[in-house]
Design a protein around this ligand. Structure first.
Ligand code: FES
Ligand SMILES: [Fe+2]
Length: 382
């Protein structure tokens, strides 16, 4: 993000605050509850979105060197991520091409070849079939190329590994990712690594969990005992960046900028900057670290979340361990205040109280997020 843009974003919010105004959309919007509670809708999202667009599979630092690998479930698919000897990242379906066993059982490690636990067919970490026990008699004329690991489109960019969980997808990574280029360069995403991480499950639709982070209308209420006092009441801005979004959530200190030299301003001191990376990742850029929320949709009313603290690699040292743990815990406690409410919303969706949820003019980012989702769904599919 350009320096001039950072100043403009702070000036915009400061101007609103000074005049007792808010960042408002033109209209109130409605969000039908079927978006959050229908199996048909969830199936359409799985087909058109989670298996249609690039999803962040891991941070590049999770595959730190040639030979590194990790396994993950991505959009319901078991996925094997590898880094080969040329430093190229690959993604494969983690299923044996002989009779379908789970090829790699470990979560992560360093290996140049993977041998199936069932009959020991073996593949290199670039996906080529290297060995088949007793091939000559048992599999005469075996076409080894046709039995390479099933490849998924993958790309390493901005310190992140992006994968489309569909081997037949026609990838267009560039148009999807380019709007994030300047933002992630500013956030120095490539210089970061994982300082802390944990995984939880919440009984709520993935969209409710994402929506909770992109408005400040709830800050002083839901977070009154945690971060609420540190942020301005009901003030935040947003801007769409292609399919993605940047939100700026100003701290209580923002009015102190009045009369000071903008050349001295630092947006990371005055605000949290939140990137909603379509569809399922959010990066909360804070003063010295980034909170990364990954939503892993499991069912219409169930989502796994991986909460990760990313910090500069050079700052992840034994003497700073407590510092990162403490920051991770603060983010985690705050997010769980949101998630508790989101679970209650989910449990009340089919109560008959509402046919749709209402997004006020303060909550325009939620409508923009949902419109982008609708744009990706095949019309009439659900
Ligand atoms: S199922 Fe993997 S080698 Fe047979
Ligand atoms: Fe919140």
């Amino acid at each position: 993000m350009e320096r001039a843009k950072q100043i403009a974003l702070l000036e915009e919010l400061q101007g609103l605050k000074d005049n007792g105004l808010f960042f408002l959309d033109d209209e109130v919007a409605k969000s039908p509850i079927t978006r959050y509670a229908s199996q048909d809708r969830f199936d359409a999202e799985m087909r058109d979105i989670f298996r249609g667009v690039p999803i962040i599979a891991c941070h590049a630092s999770e595959l730190p060197e040639p030979g590194s690998f990790m396994t993950r479930e991505l959009s319901g698919l078991p996925v094997l991520l590898t880094r080969d000897r040329d430093n190229t990242v690959h993604a494969f379906i983690n299923v044996c091409r002989h009779r379908g066993a789970r090829l790699v059982r470990e979560g992560s490690g360093c290996k140049n070849a993977f041998s199936c636990p069932y009959h020991a067919w073996t593949w290199g970490n670039n996906g080529t079939l290297r060995g088949v026990p007793h091939q000559k008699e048992g599999f005469p004329g075996l076409d080894r190329d046709a039995h390479a690991l099933k490849r998924l489109p993958a790309m390493e960019r901005y310190g992140l590994v992006w994968v489309i969980a569909n081997p037949d997808a026609q990838p267009d990574f560039d148009s999807f990712l380019t709007p994030l280029a300047g933002e992630f360069a500013w956030a120095e995403m490539e210089t970061l690594a994982i300082a802390a991480t944990d995984t939880i499950e919440r009984k709520a639709n993935w969209k409710l969990l994402a929506e909770g982070g992109i408005e400040a209308y709830h800050f002083k209420v839901t977070h009154r005992d945690t971060i609420g006092p540190h942020f301005l009441d009901n003030l935040s801005s947003y801007e769409t960046l292609g399919s993605h979004m940047r939100s700026v959530l100003p701290r209580s200190s923002l009015p102190e900028l009045n009369g000071t030299d903008p050349a001295e301003w630092d947006i990371r001191t005055e605000a949290n900057v939140l990137y909603t990376v379509f569809p399922t990742s959010q990066f909360l850029v804070m003063q010295d670290h980034i909170g990364w929320i990954e939503l892993i949709p499991l069912a219409p009313d169930l989502t796994r979340l991986r909460l990760t603290t990313l910090a500069p690699k050079s700052e992840i040292t034994p003497d700073k361990e407590e510092h990162w743990k403490r920051n991770h815990a603060i983010t985690s406690v705050t997010l769980n205040e949101d998630f508790e409410v989101n679970e209650e919303v989910q449990s009340g969706l089919l109560s008959g109280a509402n046919e749709s949820l209402t997004f006020g003019r303060y909550e325009g980012a939620l409508d923009a997020f949902n419109r982008e989702i609708e744009r990706h769904l095949t019309p009439g599919a659900a």
